[in-house]
Write a protein that binds this ligand. Structure first.
Ligand SMILES: *[C@@H]1O[C@H](CO)[C@@H](O)[C@H](O)[C@H]1NC(C)=O
Ligand SMILES: *[C@@H]1O[C@H](CO)[C@@H](O)[C@H](O)[C@H]1NC(C)=O
Length: 497
């Protein structure tokens, strides 16, 4: 009797652990659902296509050159705007805050805003000051047929003019022939654009954005995609979300409600198709890296110590909501915090608090700590992680940008088997946290690569990243650039899992 119940028990235990292992499916073969709940224009340009004046979204960096003086505008000494800079760089660059399709606030390199001084006294001097609320709204009037020839109209009804190099005034009342001699005419050079969630929602504005975003969320990823994933060997998804999801259905403007419902749907579809979910806080309040995918308005990194409580509250909200969902695998506390803007000390403090927030609701879900993006070492959080249970270190491996430009196919592949393999080993200690290659892709700097080259490159990465103890996640599931799309790579026989 006793031995019989013992063997039943051990059989039950054996089955349970086997099912448990099967169900959890680690190490994961995952894919990122990028550009879904956090918009990314480069991956999905059609979402941005119908925004009026879509080259002037929030965070667009512009420079203005006076044609008459042949000089660029910049904030000068004494907080006034001057027009005496012969060439343009950081100081001469203005970041747009879009009010509507033609009106903007202008933010300068040191985060001050352009405003008006001595309002009403004949010639109003253009100045810079700290307060966003007090900032002047300028209408950018484009020359018909020549959109980068512009005039800037202030709220006093006058156009800015650079009559002399030492100060810019808002006192030109008249019309213009748009000629080079008119001191109110400038050429506008767009240096850089941003295309993220802030840009798309504010670009469409409060009337149109809700409908457009909800349509995007319900069509970009559907249950069919989860079916496709499970039929093709994918057993987890990493889902980037933005901090505003906590405030759904009425997030702070310009963000719009509905992404929480989409995330709920993803959990349901994941359960239906035996897929696990990694929720990834991709966009933290204030922006942890200034990248377009951080929810930033203008590219400044303003996440830090003071944002920790609000960010922990977002994690708390997500953990509470999904802790007991059978599909939850992990919560990633923040994506790609940038070194040096985000310090090791601040991030450590946040990681401890974020970890505790998750553990209030679940002892089994993994907590993922993202490595800092930039020069910081990927091993810097190993000591912190070693003291916590069920923790994962996330590293992102891209073979892109300058240092990869001159590498051949063979050199790229060798780099994966050598350098990447040893880097991954460094964050895979035998008794410590698990490792996760949370982002990688098959695109590279090689031009004119053949299908076979791409297949070999993908296989090298699968071989090496397959050794990560928590698993890997491809960036991304869908993308207009085919090699960045795992769905395309699988459908076209470039990758087989
Ligand atoms: C844009 O905003 C400005 C300033 O608030 C306002 O004067 C203007 O009428 C608005 N234009 C449009 C097209 O909505
Ligand atoms: C190789 O790539 C370059 C740049 O992408 C392109 O201009 C060229 O036509 C390609 N050559 C071939 C043989 O495909």
């Amino acid at each position: 009797m006793a031995s019989n119940s013992y063997s039943k028990l051990s059989l039950a235990f054996f089955c349970f652990s086997w099912l448990f292992a099967l169900g959890i499916g680690q190490p994961f073969k995952a894919v990122n659902l990028g550009a879904w709940l956090v918009a990314e224009g480069w991956m999905n340009p059609s979402l941005f296509a119908n925004i009026p004046n879509k080259d002037l979204l929030d965070g667009t960096q512009v420079q203005f050159k006076s044609l008459k003086l042949n000089m660029y505008l910049a904030p000068g000494g004494g907080a006034v705007l001057i027009a005496n800079r012969p060439s343009a760089s950081v100081r001469e660059t203005f970041r747009l805050w879009r009010i509507n399709e033609s009106s903007f606030k202008l933010r300068v390199f040191n985060k001050q805003f352009v405003g008006l001084k001595n309002q009403g006294k004949g010639s109003t001097v253009v100045a810079v000051s700290n307060a966003a609320d007090a900032a002047e709204v300028f209408q950018i009037v484009r020359k018909p047929g020549d959109p980068n020839r512009v005039r800037l109209k202030a709220s006093n009804g006058h156009f800015l003019q650079a009559a002399t190099a030492s100060s810019v005034t808002a006192d030109d009342g008249g019309s213009s022939d748009w000629g080079n001699q008119d001191p109110s005419v400038f050429t506008m050079h767009i240096v850089e654009t941003l295309e993220g969630e802030y840009q798309v929602t504010n670009g469409y504005g409060p009337e149109k954005a809700p409908q457009i975003m909800r349509n995007h969320w319900s069509t970009y990823i559907t249950e069919d995609d989860f079916r496709f994933m499970s039929e093709n060997g994918i057993n987890a998804v990493r889902i980037p979300v933005g901090w505003w999801i906590k405030y759904d259905p009425t997030p702070p403007k310009p963000f719009v409600g509905g992404s929480l419902k989409a995330l709920d749907n993803a959990f349901r579809w994941a359960e239906n198709h035996n897929i696990k979910v990694i929720v990834d806080l991709h966009a933290a309040p204030g922006s942890q890296n200034g990248f377009h995918h951080s929810g930033t308005r203008d590219g400044f990194l303003e996440w830090g110590e003071s944002k920790i409580p609000e960010t922990v509250a977002v994690i708390d909200f997500l953990a509470q909501r999904y802790a007991h969902h059978p599909s939850l695998a992990a919560i990633e506390l923040i994506n790609e915090p940038l070194d040096p803007g985000v310090t090791f000390g601040t991030l450590s403090k946040y990681y401890k608090a974020g970890y505790d927030a998750v553990r209030k609701y679940t002892s089994t879900a993994y907590v993922i700590l993202s490595s800092r993006f930039g020069p910081a070492s990927n091993t810097e959080f190993l000591p912190l992680a070693s003291g916590l249970g069920r923790v994962v270190i996330d590293v992102h491996y891209y073979s892109l940008y300058k240092s990869f430009e001159k590498l051949s196919v063979q050199q790229n592949i060798a780099l994966i088997y050598n350098k990447r393999a040893s880097q991954l080993q460094e964050v895979t200690p035998s008794n410590g946290p698990l490792s996760f290659v949370g982002e990688w892709t098959s695109e590279w700097e090689v031009n004119n690569a053949s299908m076979e080259d791409y297949q070999r490159f993908a296989k090298a990465q699968l071989d090496v990243y397959g050794k990560a103890t928590f698993g890997w996640a491809y960036w991304s599931y869908k993308n207009v650039y085919p090699h960045w799309s795992l769905r395309w790579m699988i459908s076209n026989n470039y990758i087989k899992l």
